[in-house]
Design a protein around this ligand. Structure first.
Ligand SMILES: [Ca+2]
Ligand SMILES: [Ca+2]
Ligand SMILES: [Ca+2]
Ligand SMILES: [Ca+2]
Length: 142
């Protein structure tokens, strides 16, 4: 009886270990193409584009996101998104104020938001949030 309980507990612990294993879709080292321990805008964009968020959200495939496409894309993640990027991210990222986000406006906006110390490089600690948001069930899990 006692033995059986122990084996059940270790099976449970083993299951937890599997669940707790990192499921991040994003690896800093793989994104940092020139290995200078920071991600510049183009390294970030190359890595981030693989998630396919912009194209997925761009429902009519006209290479621009309207606010409605943006909100539909966010769906249930709107609250988490607003916590991370602020409630007015769409308008802040729309640099030319034409009420549409091009892919560059979108990627630049996301990039600048993760670059918390505003030095135009995403360092590994800043990248932690990117990894979280790109993992299963994260903001960018499309
Ligand atoms: Ca780099
Ligand atoms: Ca569109
Ligand atoms: Ca725009
Ligand atoms: Ca930075």
């Amino acid at each position: 009886m006692k033995l059986r309980n122990i084996s059940r507990i270790s099976a449970y612990a083993f299951g937890l270990a599997l669940v707790a294993a990192p499921v991040s879709a994003a690896e800093f080292g793989m994104w940092d193409a020139d290995r200078d321990a920071g991600l510049n805008n183009s390294e970030f964009r190359t890595g981030f584009e693989k998630a396919g968020v912009f194209n997925e959200w761009d429902a009519d495939s006209n290479a621009a996101l309207t606010e409605s496409e943006f909100e539909t894309g966010l769906g249930d993640n709107a609250t988490a998104f607003n916590t991370r990027f602020g409630e007015d991210a769409f308008n802040e990222w729309d640099v030319n104020n034409d009420t549409r986000l091009t892919d560059s406006e979108f990627y630049d906006g996301v990039y600048a938001s993760y670059d918390e110390n505003n030095n135009n490089i995403i360092e590994e600690p800043e990248f932690g949030d990117v990894g979280d948001d790109m993992g299963d069930g994260g903001l960018w899990d499309v």
